[in-house]
Design a protein around this ligand. Structure first.
Ligand SMILES: [Fe+2]
Length: 179
């Protein structure tokens, strides 16, 4: 439990918000590593467009991790930013694709963003009851992540508005459907 926290928040509430933020911090750290992994492993037609589309998102997501870590510190708690923290906090599997085509990676990345954005929205709901300032930070992050998700999906959508990854239950399934 924190020995000090930000004014107007009880120590119990600061700990509750920090616990939610820690899980989202590990998720953001996992996401920027996964994005770089894709940046390095994507091959084939349209390589350069997707290779270069990913780097600004890596920078954005790393900045978001920094914001959440510093928010945890603001609450008087200690953010955990190690590889072990990611492993301990995550309830999802490691990204499954290695060297693969642009479409396969974007198909898998669609599912990664579905999971990430769903969890960020859940975090907005849980902290919104306690701290509107943290809620505002998470809302701003989610809007930008949803915009990048659209960039990904624009590569997977046909002229009738159908996604090639529709109904996929795993990254491998999504990758196969997107190929
Ligand atoms: Fe690079």
């Amino acid at each position: 439990m924190a020995t000090f926290t930000t004014p107007g928040i009880t120590p119990e509430d600061a700990t509750a918000v920090s616990n939610t933020l820690q899980e989202r911090l590990s998720a953001l750290n996992d996401l920027h590593l996964t994005l770089k992994h894709i940046h390095w492993n994507v091959v084939g037609t349209n390589f350069i467009g997707v290779h270069e589309m990913i780097d600004p998102q890596v920078e954005l997501v790393r900045g978001y991790a920094d914001t959440l870590a510093e928010r945890i510190a603001t609450f008087g708690e200690s953010p955990r930013g190690t590889a072990n923290a990611i492993e301990k906090d995550r309830s999802w599997d490691d990204y499954t694709l290695g060297r693969d085509s642009v479409q396969a990676h974007l198909g898998a990345l669609d599912l990664v963003y579905v999971g990430f954005i769903t969890s960020h929205r859940d975090a907005i709901k849980s902290v919104g009851e306690i701290d509107p300032v943290t809620e505002d930070i998470l809302i701003g992050q989610t809007a930008e992540l949803e915009k990048f998700h659209w960039f990904v999906r624009a590569h997977l959508e046909n002229y009738t508005g159908q996604l090639s990854t529709a109904g996929a239950k795993s990254e491998q399934e999504a990758a196969d459907q997107a190929r």
